[in-house]
Design a protein around this ligand. Structure first.
Ligand code: SF4
Length: 426
């Protein structure tokens, strides 16, 4: 293995737990991908990986089981269809997310997500940030995803000429969860990119390597942070408005169909089937959702019953339970538990009430599946020696009520105790 492996992060590549293997993350703005691009991801996974694709809660796709020598060829295969991985990992502006697919304001959110993605991706001014920098654009506050971003934008009232956004700043989950705070409301769309530039510049100039923006706020306080941002030349800049064809790629959602994807794990064959459905029914575009499923906005005049039957024929029926799951110790280097196996065990003991809830399980406290935003969230907190001297995972259980972050209700449960708690929900 070359000694340049750490530098691959900016190209969206992490080492896997298994020595000699790598994960390639593909960055998608608002989770949107074309049918041809999805087919290219499926082919790259077959040609260079093991034919599986992982969907993330941030609307990205990940191909596992790549070798170092194949990485340039994978990059070329993705670039050939206009896909990029630049900044998908490492200290850069990550994939711009949107959990409001299907909302009335999604076309505007998709448009803004695309603009931010194009501006910051591979922009050398924003590729040496202290740590990851996450941006999300939402049509409303329902999903609470605006609270977990370094910059979270929520569409506010606007007029026909320009959209306005409420700007939340310095949120994040991980080991020290902190909801973002409202930095400014009603920011006109032309100011959004310059304002994010100002925030990212203050972050870079004042934060030690390895720390997120939330740490800077804790250190200097909101007032000082606002003062520093206001000093940046771009903080008040407004870019001229642009005109042309609409920038959103997905059809405006009249009917939205979901293909439930268990634990966000797709085979290449399944992704090809979904690409075919998108080509036929949703103007050639599909979306990775925040719940690790695939969504389609049907084109005008199409019959949702026929599209739904096509999904059923492709094997995408009803999901057993809404359960966000990260790769955990199956593939992730820092994973503490075999997440997919554990999720399967939990679904087995769930009653109807539990199955009707949203679930999320993270393989370590980094909380990639956003457990604090689920009805029931589970974090693998530690490995502890059991009575046989074996190190076994212990789990923290959070319960949410659709307000802010979920709260810790059980700490350091064994798997057996966790199963019992899930069973008790009924
Ligand atoms: S939550 Fe932890 S184990 Fe899961 S993908 Fe994130 S870093 Fe890896």
């Amino acid at each position: 293995m070359s000694d340049r492996v750490a530098e691959y992060r900016l190209d969206g590549i992490y080492r896997q737990r298994q020595e000699g293997f790598f994960m390639q993350r593909v960055k998608l703005a608002a989770g949107v991908i074309s049918a041809d691009q999805a087919r290219a991801v499926a082919s790259a996974s077959i040609d260079f990986g093991k034919g599986t694709i992982h969907l993330t809660t941030r609307g990205s796709m990940e191909i596992h089981w790549l070798t170092e020598t194949d990485l340039p060829a994978v990059k070329r295969a993705l670039a050939a269809v206009g896909l990029t991985s630049r900044g998908a990992c490492g200290g850069a502006v990550r994939g711009v997310t949107c959990a409001s697919q299907g909302a009335v304001g999604f076309p505007e959110a998709e448009t803004m997500a695309g603009r931010i993605h194009r501006h910051f991706t591979a922009n050398p001014r924003f590729e040496r940030l202290p740590k990851k920098f996450k941006i999300g654009v939402e049509a409303d506050v329902t999903s609470r995803r605006h609270l977990i971003q370094d910059v979270g934008l929520v569409l506010a009232e606007g007029d026909d000429n320009a959209s306005l956004y409420d700007v939340y700043v310095a949120g994040g989950l991980g080991r020290e969860p902190q909801p973002g705070f409202l930095f400014e409301n009603g920011v006109v769309e032309g100011r959004i990119i310059p304002l994010i530039e100002a925030i990212a510049s203050v972050y870079t100039a004042n934060t030690q390597a390895g720390k997120r923006l939330k740490h800077l706020i804790r250190e200097v306080g909101e007032a000082e942070f606002r003062r520093l941002v206001a000093l940046e030349p771009s903080a008040a800049e407004e870019l001229p408005s642009v005109s042309g064809l609409p920038e959103n790629l997905t059809p405006v959602a009249g009917v939205r169909l979901i293909a439930p994807v268990q634990f966000g794990e797709l085979s290449s064959a399944q992704l090809n089937d979904l690409a075919d459905i998108a080509a036929q029914w949703s103007a050639g575009f599909l979306m990775v959702t925040a719940d690790q499923d695939i969504a389609f906005h049907l084109s005008d005049g199409f019959n949702s019953g026929e599209a739904d039957s096509a999904l059923q024929r492709a094997g995408f029926g009803t999901s057993q339970a809404s359960f966000r799951v990260c790769p955990g110790s199956h593939q992730c280097r820092v994973g503490l538990s075999p997440t997919r196996d554990i999720a399967r065990s939990l679904i087995e003991v769930m009653g109807p009430a539990a199955k009707g809830m949203s679930w999320a399980l993270s393989g370590c406290p980094n909380s990639c599946t956003q457990p604090q935003l689920a009805d029931a969230g589970i974090i693998t907190a530690a490995l502890v020696k059991d009575e046989d001297g074996e190190r076994a995972p212990r789990f923290d259980l959070y319960r949410g009520d659709n307000q802010g972050f979920g709260v810790l209700v059980e700490h350091s449960l064994t798997l057996k105790q966790l199963c019992r708690k899930v069973q008790e929900i009924g």
